[in-house]
Design a protein around this ligand. Structure first.
Ligand code: GDP
Ligand code: IMO
Ligand code: MG
Length: 430
């Protein structure tokens, strides 16, 4: 029986989704991204070589059919750059194995101008976006001012859309943001080249997925960002502009919810966050620094240092519920080796009261103090271990406590960045 699996991030992104999607893609026929854009940076390490993908689904190294869903916002220049990079590495990327939804939104130059301009204007109140134009592109989608791939590849329609939309955008850019307005003719010229290059990839991916399901193919859905960056459920307004939760795999790819069999949540063995926003279990001491260093916690998209902290199971229980998780994938467990004591946040304290559920009100969240329990650490290097039994007892206890607190079984344990540095306990696609 074929089985379809959604992979999502449970924390604030960068949990190791790319590595796990690359690993599981071996057992899938189609790999689909359903939201986000090149704010994502998904790292795969195969035979010591590192690939970072921003737009192309992480199934490409396994040479699976990769689909860019309607829920995505796509910068065509970045996509072409990524395709050329992969081809240069000897990886086949063709209209047969990389398809783009005709309904996916196109990131336009004004989206980037507005993203940067707003962040600059907001100063200390900025979101700390990736500056890729993601928020403004989703805003335009919702306000029906967006341009989709279907329109981009039709020269007459595209030129007219650009001129109409820019009337309003340039007014805002020039008079409110005090930035340089965008020249419509230059945009039309530039994007006609992208359209020419990409049009053979543009299709109805909902039909491709449906045909695949009918033919008994297995589909792997690759989430980007993380549950707490979700536009509805995250730490609003310090979030991205799309729904990152598993439910959006359906709307963002064009399939119904019954097509999904399993949802795996990727959990980094500690917590990280890039950009601004609340982070109750954040560490500001030498332990946090040690984790940042050992985990090489730098953003794969912007190179910014990631903020680090202890595992937070209040946050994770929120992710279990919001995504309907059927399995956990624990990544970067190797990074915790060498610490005497590990802490797990099990609840928050707010105004002397114990809070079990992740608060929706940012003011409350800002006042929450983590309640920790301590577990003994391990000193061994576990990156060479390939079975759960061989893990140090304290590492096994750490995982068991996580399962107990989250009430979801651990299915995969990652002990290094490489594809092979993994302990697979249960693979729903195999
Ligand atoms: P994504 O955005 O969720 O795909 O994650 P990123 O690629 O942005 O960040 C995860 C980082 O951790 C990358 O540099 C990976 O190569 C690395 N990584 C993934 N899993 C492991 C692991 O188990 N151990 C270690 N040490 N590194 C890992
Ligand atoms: P992956 O898929 C971590 C963060 C940004 C910022 C906020 C809004 O690699 O896990 P945006 O540019 O989306 O408007 O920025 O969201 N952010 C991410 N953080 N991993 C990501 O993706 C992210 N994508 C966006 O840092 O705080
Ligand atoms: Mg990332």
């Amino acid at each position: 029986m074929a089985s379809n699996l959604v992979i999502i991030g449970t924390q604030w992104g960068d949990e190791g989704k790319g590595k796990i999607v690359d690993l599981l893609a071996e057992y899938a026929d189609l790999v689909v991204r359903f939201q986000g854009g090149n704010n994502a940076g998904h790292t795969m390490v195969v035979d010591g070589e590192q690939f970072i993908s921003h737009l192309v689904p992480s199934g490409i190294l396994q040479q699976k059919t990769c689909l860019i869903g309607n829920g995505m916002v796509v910068d065509p220049a970045v996509l072409i750059e990524e395709i050329d990079y992969l081809i240069g590495k000897g990886i086949d990327v063709t209209p047969e194995n990389l398809m783009i939804s005709e309904k996916a939104q196109v990131i336009m130059p004004w989206h980037k101008t507005i993203d940067h301009g707003r962040e600059k204007k907001q100063g200390k109140d900025r979101i700390g976006t990736t500056g890729r134009g993601i928020g403004p592109a989703y805003e335009d989608k919702a306000s029906r001012k967006g341009i989709r791939f279907a329109e981009m590849i039709d020269p007459a329609v595209f030129a007219e859309r650009v001129r109409t939309v820019l009337e309003e955008k340039n007014f805002f850019i020039e008079h409110y943001l005090k930035e340089t307005p965008v020249d419509p003719d230059a945009v039309i010229r530039e994007y006609s080249g992208y359209a020419e290059r990409l049009k053979a990839h543009v299709t109805n991916i909902s039909v491709i997925i449906d045909d695949g399901i009918k033919a008994g193919k297995q589909i792997l859905f690759e989430g980007a960002q993380g549950t707490h960056l979700d536009i509805d459920h995250g730490t609003y307004p310090f979030v991205t502009s799309s729904n990152t939760v598993s439910g959006n795999a359906c709307a963002g790819a064009g399939i119904g919810p019954k097509a999904i069999d399993n949802v795996f949540g990727i959990v980094k063995a500690y917590t990280t966050r890039v950009g601004q926003g609340p982070f109750p279990s954040e560490l500001f001491d030498a332990v946090g620094e040690a984790i940042q260093k050992k985990g090489a916690e730098f953003g794969a998209t912007t190179g910014r240092k990631r903020r680090c902290g202890w595992l937070d199971t209040v946050l994770l229980r929120n992710a279990v519920r919001l995504n309907g998780l059927t399995g956990l994938v624990i990544t970067k467990l190797d990074v915790l080796g060498g610490l005497d004591t590990l802490k797990i946040c099990t609840a928050y304290e707010y105004n002397g009261e114990r809070i079990e559920h992740f608060p929706g009100d940012l003011k409350v969240l800002a006042g929450c103090k983590p309640v920790y329990e301590s577990l003994p650490g391990w000193s061994e290097d576990i990156s060479g271990i390939r079975s759960k039994e061989e893990l140090p007892k304290n590492a096994k206890d750490y995982l068991a406590r996580m399962e107990e607190l989250l009430e979801v079984p651990v299915r995969i344990i990652s002990v290094g960045p490489g594809r092979k540095e993994t302990i697979v306990l249960e693979n729903p696609l195999a």
